[in-house]
Design a protein around this ligand. Structure first.
Ligand code: SF4
Length: 436
């Protein structure tokens, strides 16, 4: 057996899937570092001896990507470039027994709640006192902050509760401490994430505590932008809107996945809300927070979906003019209640519908972006790429939303807020000049 005193381990973590997985990888890195183990993310240099693949098991495409990544790592191991390959995350949680048989060369598999076991395998101790300490893999000026784990909802298409379990909120103290730690490291923007943000607190405080949590986070000095991702529309706590309105460091931004807008589909998806109720909610949001940027995600090709359902969805998008829209093709997942239905929309029809929906949204997005031309907006400088600075406004989250191309004769520090006059607008991006 290899002794740590003879050869020092260097661990590479590869993260697939969503921002929640990324946070788990960052927590794992923080723990390894505290145990004096070298750790890197997505290391291309191949100077590590252990790989940990943090997998995603959300939909078919994500599963395929995770499996291919594990196979790539096993190939490196076969060629003698790696000593160990460990697998963790959602795919491992969901399909461990099958995968163990199919890929016996993987040295060990871990579920989503098995961080202490994974650390033990690496001869590291799980350090409870590190709660809230992470090794960021994002640029130092922004970070994701997970406020809860799991989900208590029963959306018929969703496999997440199978992999992440029921909803467990972190305490407000824990979250505020984590936010303060992040600010100390230079973070100016945090993106609050959870499977379902609005359920926050119901388990531990017995009430929907998101508004209180937001107020406490907004008090953290140095936090300039707080952004809300993944709010469930049914029984949405409207006080959240008052807090967004009142607190200047909470972005005028809300990511609310609606999944569909036809009543037949919403019912089959078990979303506990009707199109009319969603309409009313969106009107209230826009009324209480004028100028808010609304992002949503949708599913195309759910069992039983007709072209009429898609027309209804498009009409809904046109009526409410969402600022940002993402779309997935329906994926027929075992052990979900939707799996009992017939997956009757052919793959090419799902894709054609998704495209039709996105074409309608593209027009809306273009028109909304045109309205920004001539405005002076605060932009957070994210990076420099191919000689151009790229940033985001408070209306845009990382990776999924618009970017602003900033023209500047001056050198701009990454992570600084600057004023930019928008001069051109495209379907999904903006372009502008630095205002001195
Ligand atoms: S609220 Fe989101 S995570 Fe929870 S079951 Fe529904 S789709 Fe899945």
């Amino acid at each position: 057996m290899k002794s740590k005193t003879l050869t020092k381990d260097k661990v590479n973590i590869i993260t697939l899937g969503c921002s929640k997985n990324l946070v788990d990888s960052e927590v794992l890195s923080g723990q390894l570092l505290a145990n004096q183990i070298d750790v890197v993310h997505e290391n291309k240099k191949l100077d590590h001896n252990i790989s940990i693949v943090n997998t995603c098991g959300f939909i078919d495409k994500a599963k395929e990507e995770s499996i291919n990544t594990i196979l790539d790592q096993l190939e490196l191991k076969r060629r003698g470039k790696l000593e160990k390959v460990y697998v963790t995350g959602c795919l491992s949680e969901r399909y461990r027994s099958d995968l163990e048989q199919e890929m016996p060369e993987v040295d060990a598999w871990f579920g989503t709640m098995e961080l202490p076991l994974l650390l033990k395998k690496l001869e590291a101790d799980y350090k409870k006192e590190l709660i809230g300490e992470r090794l960021l893999s994002t640029p130092q000026h922004y970070a994701y902050l997970k406020i809860s784990e799991g989900c208590n909802r029963t959306c018929s298409f969703c496999a997440i509760p199978l992999m992440r379990g029921g909803h467990v909120s972190k305490t407000m103290e824990e979250i505020v401490t984590e936010a303060e730690n992040l600010v100390r490291k230079g973070v100016k923007e945090i993106m609050l994430i959870a499977q379902e943000l609005t359920y926050y607190g119901l388990d531990i405080y017995k009430y929907r505590a998101l508004p209180d949590l937001l107020n406490r986070l907004a008090d953290v000095k140095g936090l300039t932008w707080i952004r809300l991702h993944y709010a469930y529309p049914s029984k949405f706590p409207l006080e959240v809107l008052d807090v967004i309105s009142a607190r200047t460091n909470i972005c005028n931004y809300l990511d609310m996945p609606l999944q569909h807008a036809s009543n037949a589909m919403l019912k089959a998806m078990k979303r506990n809300i009707t199109r009319e109720e969603m309409s009313e909610l969106i009107d209230t949001i826009r009324e209480k927070v004028p100028g808010i940027c609304l992002r949503t995600t949708l599913i195309a090709g759910f069992p039983g979906e007709t072209e009429d359902d898609v027309d209804e969805l498009i009409a809904f998008l046109q009526k409410h003019r969402f600022d940002r829209v993402g779309i997935f093709n329906y994926s027929h997942e075992e052990n979900t209640t939707a799996h009992e239905l017939v997956d009757d929309v052919p793959a090419e029809v799902k894709s054609a519908r998704a495209q039709r929906i996105m074409e309608a949204q593209q027009e809306i997005s273009f028109e909304k972006n045109q309205e920004k031309v001539g405005q002076i907006l605060t932009v957070l400088v994210d990076k420099k790429e191919a000689g151009r600075y790229l940033g985001r406004t408070e209306f845009d989250s990382v990776e999924v939303d618009n970017e602003v191309i900033i023209h500047s004769k001056k050198k701009l520090p990454i992570g600084d807020f600057v004023q930019v006059k928008i001069t051109r607008a495209f379907d999904y991006d903006l372009e502008g000049e630095l205002v001195d």
